[in-house]
Unconditional design. Structure first.
Length: 504
């Protein structure tokens, strides 16, 4: 298990006092005399949106910051108004849960209880000195990348997750996209990644993606699932406590049958073929450890591949503060949270995928729980029961789809693992076998794997697997690219001293 030096606190940081107005400014030096908001929520996906509207309903003044242009996050991504989508809700499961909370957001915004800041990408947050606890959040704002800061007494991190990619020969060809990326193209742009799309990887997202693509007119020759659904059998109690999840799975299965989509379990796409773009994939049967079995390959023609092996919690802001982490059953790093959704850092809460991948329903419940905790209110028993039930299902799901150690056998020596820096598997294996690297950080220093534009977000799990190590939490002072003028504008002393100490 990977943890930060501190463990979760058993004592609350204390509810905030009466409502005060939220504040935003264009430069960091303007915020020191401003009155902080009661709560700053980072991320307007299911967890952040639920937390913001619930907290506002409990009397807190909330500032909601989100990198997106509209609320909803990746899950409730919806087409831009200019596309003229007649029924955007048809592309989503559980749309009413989002619609009601978006309406509440607009009502609270009109009443001055929520300050909603879209297109604000928070790149760090720093604790303020002296007096009552407060935080300064630094953000890159808008298309012109302006500097913005927000002060708040408490913070909720609801930064969501991104896709886990396990590389294979040919995965850099045009036409290979993330499974979630294919769904985002459909939800946000009303476009398909191709006419014949093989959906591959592992996890329940594959069924949803395949069903959506087929319903939108794509031909889906196969859903290629590396795990075996029999892995859920060991978690029968969790399944029986979540009949809605079973019904949801049955709905997806029925959609695949209607559209004639083959489901190949314990198989993987082990190579993509093509000249200028994908023309076909090789699919191979796997053993229990995800090791390819010789003589079991088949070739499937296609013009696109939507591939993903689950999700990875996005933790940069939290780990930059030193929040304690844990290793989840799906071999990803998640935050260690208490029953109130508090992190190990006083004054900082978190909800949703940051605490372990669990889906939108769980994120909504955890957002509401965090809001009650921050407001100093008892957590409703129904919310606690919902979280316990859905977390049990999430653990079962994570264990069933955890990547096996043998998947690295489908990598050739010349297969790029780090696409940004074009580092092949052979060079990483050389760093491990000949140069003594035992973790992803050492591999990065020896090969540059993970030093590119994505900063290891895409290749990190694969590099760690090749190094024979568990994934480690990222700690970085900047969670996104930041113009140098923003760093130069930081005050010479005051709340940003800690940040200055971390910068090179």
């Amino acid at each position: 298990m990977t943890t930060s030096p501190s463990e979760p606190s058993d004592s609350p940081s204390g509810p905030v006092s009466g409502p005060v107005p939220g504040t935003v400014s264009g430069t960091a030096s303007d915020t020191r005399s401003a009155t902080p908001a009661d709560l700053a929520v980072v991320g307007a996906g299911p967890a952040g949106l639920a937390a913001a509207v619930t907290a506002a309903g409990l009397g807190l003044r909330v500032t909601l910051l989100d990198a997106g242009e509209r609320p909803g996050g990746q899950y409730y991504r919806h087409p831009a108004p200019g596309l003229g989508a007649a029924r955007p809700e048809a592309l989503h499961h559980g749309w009413s849960a989002f619609a009601s909370r978006e309406a509440a957001l607009r009502a609270h915004e009109s009443a001055g209880r929520i300050t909603y800041l879209p297109l604000h990408h928070v790149w760090t947050l720093t604790p303020e000195r002296g007096g009552s606890p407060a935080w300064t959040l630094h953000a890159v704002a808008g298309p012109d990348e302006a500097s913005a800061t927000v002060r708040a007494r408490t913070v909720l991190l609801a930064t969501g997750a991104y896709e886990r990619q396990l590389p294979f020969p040919g995965w850099t060809l045009p036409g290979v996209v993330g499974a979630g990326g294919a769904q985002a193209m459909l939800k946000g742009g009303l476009v398909l990644p191709g006419g014949r799309v093989v959906v591959a990887g592992s996890g329940p997202l594959l069924l949803a993606v395949a069903g959506s693509l087929a319903a939108a007119g794509a031909r889906v020759p196969a859903v290629v699932e590396a795990a075996a659904y029999i892995g859920y059998a060991a978690h029968a109690p969790a399944l029986l406590r979540n009949p809605g999840k079973l019904a949801e799975g049955a709905t997806y299965g029925g959609a695949l049958l209607r559209h004639g989509v083959r489901l190949l379990t314990r198989h993987a796409v082990t190579e993509a073929h093509g000249a200028d773009r994908v023309e076909a994939v090789t699919v191979t049967r796997l053993d229990r450890d995800w090791r390819p079995l010789p003589g079991t390959t088949r070739r499937i023609p296609c013009d696109a591949v939507a591939v993903g092996h689950g999700l990875v919690p996005q933790l940069e802001l939290a780990t930059g503060l030193g929040c304690a982490t844990r290793l989840s059953p799906d071999a990803t790093v998640a935050l260690k949270l208490d029953e109130q959704q508090r992190t190990s850092v006083p004054g900082v809460w978190s909800a949703g995928e940051t605490g372990g991948i669990g889906g939108a329903q769980l994120a909504l419940a955890e957002g509401e729980i965090a809001a009650h905790s921050i407001a100093g209110r008892p957590v409703p028993a129904r919310l606690a029961r919902t979280r316990t039930r859905l977390r049990a299902f999430a653990a079962a799901m994570a264990g069933a789809h955890r990547p096996g150690s043998g998947w690295t056998d489908w990598l050739r020596e010349d297969t790029d693992v780090c696409r940004c820096e074009e580092v092949p598997a052979g060079r990483i294996r050389e760093a491990v076998e000949d140069l003594g690297a035992r973790d992803a950080r050492t591999v990065k220093l020896l090969t540059r794997a993970g030093m590119g534009w994505c900063q290891g977000r895409m290749c990190g799990p694969a590099v760690a697997a090749l190094a024979g190590a568990d994934p480690a939490p990222d700690r970085r002072p900047l969670s996104c690219p930041v113009p140098l003028r923003h760093l130069a504008a930081l005050p010479p002393e005051g709340p940003s001293d800690g940040l200055r100490a971390e910068l090179p």
